[in-house]
Design a protein around this ligand. Structure first.
Ligand code: ATP
Ligand code: MG
Length: 352
């Protein structure tokens, strides 16, 4: 097999610290399973913004198009407004390559203290499917009567039938493929009276083709409460861009640390590369200390290989993560240990 061509964007803050560990573990797993990688590095970041006035060059998207996948650390840093790093890099990549699925697994591992009383590994194991290119993350709107007492701000959400149906189909297919076959959908149809009832109606319409899947529809407020009260109840959870984002930070927080959570920005039709990144951000508060937990980055790498058809490499990485966590002697401070980023990365690579 020829080498997998991977575009690497370490980004900012701890993104640059966890990325080498992600690559280290992928190299180790690739060696074991006969997979070669060709890494191409891009320094697109807030530093790039400071030098050139843009997070990435004008032809950035074109530069990425030919890669098998994009492996991203984290972007954003104090001094550059959050919306600049988001709209200058992440959102264009997601939209231009039609990565309309954001898939975020949530799982409690043996060895990580769980903040929810009485929960054991196996109790928490679900998938959040977030709509990734439309919905509430919209640039449509603006401010009127600015600077006066009459200021009015309008921010529109955009939900298309095509956009809603395709994320729901993906979520139903995923639920159908899992033993529990249980889909939960998040809306707020009592308060948001156009888009959310529409989403609910499409859940029912798309679901006609999936009679085996049991469906629950929740308002987002009670759904978030239930994540904490009964996380064992969930199997596949689908939500809009905003609700999916919130659920996929809350979910991992319930498993002890958001730092282990991975995400896949997927173009299921493969008309462009998909992108794999940890859920966490650049964490300026711990950047430069060498103590960031690299597991979110490493697990995202495992998802990348699964997407590229190498579930054997994925499974091998996941087993090594499980083994190192269970063994418990090499944990970073967010998991109540004292290991460094590099020590944990090396321990997982060695376990492979
Ligand atoms: P973003 O807007 O990019 O999602 P954020 O504001 O949500 O960023 P994060 O950068 O994700 O913030 O960090 C949130 C908190 O979690 C911080 O206190 C940070 O130190 C901690 N944290 C995040 N990632 C890690 C990690 N890999 N290892 C240890 N702690 C982390
Ligand atoms: Mg965040």
């Amino acid at each position: 097999m020829s080498a997998l061509k991977i575009a690497v964007i370490p980004g900012d803050g701890i993104g640059t610290e966890v990325m080498p560990e992600g690559i280290r573990v992928l190299e180790a797993a690739g060696k074991k399973h006969g997979v070669d990688f060709e890494w191409s590095f891009f320094d697109w970041s807030c530093e790039h913004y400071a030098k050139h006035g843009a997070m990435m060059p004008d032809d950035g998207i074109e530069q990425l198009r030919a890669f098998d996948a994009i492996y991203l650390g984290a972007v954003g840093f104090p001094g550059v407004a959050d919306h600049v790093s988001l709209w200058g890099l992440l959102i264009p990549i997601r939209r231009e390559f039609d990565q309309y699925i954001n898939l975020r697994p949530v799982r409690l591992f043996e060895g990580i203290p769980c903040p929810l009383v009485g929960r054991k590994p196996g109790d928490i194991d679900f998938m959040v499917v977030r709509e990734n290119v439309e919905g509430e993350y919209s640039a449509i709107g603006g401010i009127q009567y600015e600077g006066t007492e009459e200021e009015v701000v309008i921010q529109q959400s955009v939900f298309t039938r095509r956009g809603v149906d395709r994320v729901l189909r993906y979520a139903y297919e995923l639920a159908q493929s899992r033993p529990e076959k249980h889909l939960s959908s998040a809306t707020k149809s009592n308060g948001i009276i156009h888009s959310m009832p529409y989403w609910d109606s499409r859940v029912a319409a798309v679901g006609v083709k999936y009679p085996e899947v049991k469906v629950d529809q929740y308002h987002i407020d009670i759904l978030t409460a239930n994540f904490v009260r009964m996380p064992d109840h969930f199997d596949v959870v689908v939500g809009s861009n905003l609700f999916g984002d919130i659920l996929s930070d809350l979910g991992p927080a319930c498993t002890g640390t958001i730092a282990i959570a991975p995400s896949a920005n997927i173009n299921p039709e493969r008309t462009g590369p998909s992108m794999f990144e940890p859920v966490h951000g650049s964490a300026p508060d711990i950047a430069g200390k060498g103590i960031a937990n690299p597991i979110g980055m490493i697990w995202s790498g495992a998802m990348m290989l699964d997407h590229l058809g190498r579930s054997d490499v994925h499974d091998s990485i996941m087993k090594s993560i499980e083994q190192v966590l269970k063994e418990g002697s090499c944990l970073t401070p967010d998991m109540q240990g004292s290991a460094t980023t590099e020590e944990l990365g090396k321990a997982i690579a060695e376990a492979i």
